[in-house]
Design a protein around this ligand. Sequence first.
Ligand SMILES: NC(=O)c1ccc[n+]([C@@H]2O[C@H](COP(=O)([O-])OP(=O)(O)OC[C@H]3O[C@@H](n4cnc5c(N)ncnc54)[C@H](O)[C@@H]3O)[C@@H](O)[C@H]2O)c1
Length: 320
Amino acid sequence: MDSLQRFQNVTVIGAGVIGASWVALFLANGLQVVVQDPRAGVDAEVRGYVDRAADALRAVGLSPDSIASGHERLSFEPDLARAVANADLVQENGPERIDFKRDLWQRVAAAAPKHALLLSSSSAMPASAQARDMDAPERMLIGHPFNPPHIIPLVEVVPGAKTSPEAVQDAVAFYTALGKTPQVVRKEIGGFVANRLQAAIFRECVSLVAQGVVTVGELDSIVTHSVGLRWAVGGPFASFYLGGGDDGMRGFVRQFGPGMEARWRSMEAPVAFDEATSKTLFAQSDAAFGGHTRAALEAERDARQIAILQVLAVLDAQRS
Ligand SMILES: NC(=O)c1ccc[n+]([C@@H]2O[C@H](COP(=O)([O-])OP(=O)(O)OC[C@H]3O[C@@H](n4cnc5c(N)ncnc54)[C@H](O)[C@@H]3O)[C@@H](O)[C@H]2O)c1
């Protein structure tokens, strides 16, 4: 049976920034979706998000019929036990607090069918830590997306110490069937891979702005006109392999390694969101982005992101 048939009934726990985007993607793939989120007004908000996501979902190639009929397959159930009672799969997107996640998974395990696949969108908290108090953690693991999950391809699939190999395979098959690019991460580590990279880079972004080397707006322009474009087509290793000339990575390390090590050593001073740094970041971010609504900024981001994905999809199709 194909994954989307097997996991037809999905429960989305927590429907804020990430949950609402998953809802839009699941509906556009023809799934039945129950949302569990106690927040007042969450139903109208999620339905509004689903409507706003429709253009993007059509642009990434999902069925116009499934997108149009999405609302008919969407329901809201504030009671957790009732919300998961019929779930084939749970995608959790609640608050990023370990006490919340531990308590939640215990309650989900008691109320969901035994075959249900239990996935957390957590940005940083490993499955072993979340599942510590669960009776049967074999089907619980991380399915960490990148914002917004209905557009960005990557999902980090990270099993815990007690996750079964079958659950990992099921998660990979499910996300692949949704059109995502799942990547199994081989060891548990806080922040997984993509967010550790973002943390390392953002540390330097904050430091450069705090030192007055560039403003927030200037830094973003430098990134989108250089490493952002570069890394959309080749990762850091592929990029530096070419930077090393005919000798590839060996040439890179020989020529640029000492300078890279010197810069690493110069980055050892602590960076923090202290009062002065926060004041600078907030004022400069307001100046750079505050003149636009969140919806307008998201629409602009999504349109550009989709344009890049579409061009890459054409090139991939020509190559294969
Ligand atoms: N924002 C991001 O860029 C991003 C990216 C990837 C993963 N994540 C992860 O996704 C999860 C959610 O993050 P977010 O940014 O969407 O947060 P958010 O604050 O936008 O949404 C959290 C939602 O959880 C709901 N909630 C609170 N208590 C609840 C409860 N008891 N039961 C069910 N729902 C409850 C809230 O009402 C809210 O709608 C976190 O684990 C986060 O690490 C976030």
